[in-house]
Design a protein around this ligand. Structure first.
Ligand code: FES
Length: 218
């Protein structure tokens, strides 16, 4: 049969060009350079869910090739890294809180400070003072002849000043409509998450002294 170059070319194309391919056993000759390139690992090849080639895939899938097999390996590694980091951060945070609480319990109480004479605060009125520091505003509140309480004036939400409203028995925070119980300082409504810090008082010979601050969580 006459040699037909076009037919031979098409037959060659039909052959699996790889040297290891069964169809090439016993054949000799040359092949294109890319034939000798490393074969891809199956795991590294993108296989879109519908089986069509990447060129036929919608634009979003080509931009975000979430079905790449390697993505699973990376995601698993990243997830492990994330777990280790967050667990470490959590443990460090717990340690820091424990250390803070230890330091707080061992800290000596602030110095005793005279606030006012009993006669300076009539029943049903309040008086402002600073304790323990110069910039720690507090309220001394006289609820009855023999009942005095004092609280930090800073709202436990975002530190706005609370104002006593005696007729309703509350301390109001106008910033976000928070309120606290006038007698106990406990948070009653609105966003404040905890009671107002309480100022411990001592009354000696008609003089009122602040002797400590108690922060409360509930
Ligand atoms: S600051 Fe008091 S309720 Fe927000």
């Amino acid at each position: 049969m006459a040699d037909d170059p076009q037919r031979r070319f098409e037959e060659d194309l039909a052959l699996d060009a790889r040297l290891t391919a069964e169809a090439r056993q016993g054949l000799t000759g040359t092949a294109r350079a890319e034939v000798y390139g490393p074969a891809y690992d199956r795991d590294d090849v993108t296989v879109p869910p519908d089986g069509r080639s990447m060129a036929e895939q919608p634009r979003w899938r080509r931009d975000f090739a979430i079905d790449w097999p390697q993505d699973h390996h990376v995601a698993r590694r990243d997830f492990t890294k994330f777990l280790v980091l967050t667990s470490g951060a959590f443990a460090a945070g717990q340690g820091w809180i424990a250390a803070q609480s230890l330091v707080r319990h061992r800290r000596p109480p602030p110095p005793r400070k005279r606030i006012a004479a009993m006669t300076d605060v009539p029943v049903g009125e309040s008086l402002m003072f600073d304790y323990p520091g110069e910039h720690d505003p507090c309220l001394l509140i006289r609820l009855a002849e023999d009942k005095l309480v004092a609280f930090s004036q800073k709202c436990t939400h975002l530190a706005c000043a609370v104002i006593p409203r005696f007729k309703d028995g509350v301390l109001d925070c106008a910033c976000h409509n928070g309120s606290f119980d006038l007698a106990t300082g406990r948070n009653l409504s609105g966003p404040p998450p905890r009671p107002l810090p309480q100022i411990e008082l001592e009354v000696v010979d008609g003089e009122v002294f602040a002797v400590d601050v108690t922060a409360r969580t509930s």
